[in-house]
Design a binder for this molecule. Sequence first.
Ligand SMILES: [Zn+2]
Length: 318
Amino acid sequence: MAAVPFEIEALKRNWRRRIEAMRSAGELPIIDIESSFDVSTFDPSDYARAMDEYGIALIAFSPQGQSWTESARVVVALDPWRYIPTTTAGVPPLWPKEGKEFLEKTARQVRSDRYPLMGEFEFRHYPSPRQLARNGARRDIEVALDGPLGHALFRLSEETLAPFQIHYEIEDRLLPPLEAMLKQYPKARVIWSHLAQIRYRSRSKIYGPAYVRRLIESFPNLYFDTAFGGPNSRYPASGEFHATIWDRSAGGIQKEWARLIADHPWRFLAALDIGGDRMDRLGEQSQNLRRFLDALPSSARPIVAYKGGWRLLFNEEI
Ligand SMILES: [Zn+2]
């Protein structure tokens, strides 16, 4: 395991060199801000090879486990060139059942070990396509964002300045509590994962580029990650195309989204959304992410791909 507190300055020197090497080879490096892993199936040499092949400079890798785990220290020790240590993901079985203890442990470790980022916490999560295929409804989760766990998490981010990710399905009724929390905790650094991923259109009439623009212009510490499916991906439970950003008739992404991202590129962060049950998807997710990056105005592309993630995590430019 890597020593803690993490030697972030030394790690950053490696990471910078890796990004520089990709840039000088004419590649667009990518920082993946949101992925998780299962340490028992992680193969560091496979991953190193695949990341180099697809131009993935760094992965903010959050472990999943049966208990709060320090496996982030394992991946950093195995490969100090490629992984940004991230706290254990807030997913079942621990979350939300033992949410209070889980957050207390997260708070202690963020402070003592200096994790630069806290892993994705599921507040509203429908079963994923893979879980549906396995017939599992175990991850149909609803935790009030403005309940005790939400308050504890937002407060922790304000106190430590460590950003955190939320999985929060897009539904009209869930927007007012989110806005209330952003207002109450203006210094909490929130990454709302899965931009424009709408699983049931009937539940979401408000969200769109105009709404996201209003949020961005109202809340300076709100970010979005761009992990979503390809243009033809459908959510199996509803049968709907859930990655609503794409323009499926003209190709690329819809103009209003492109304009919004061009106006506020620092608020959008590249992400692959690898998970413990899909460790083999790095190539496919990378190709999908590159298709999205290619569709962006060129001024926004490097910012979304890696510059924004770097600035958010380390408060400096790259
Ligand atoms: Zn998610």
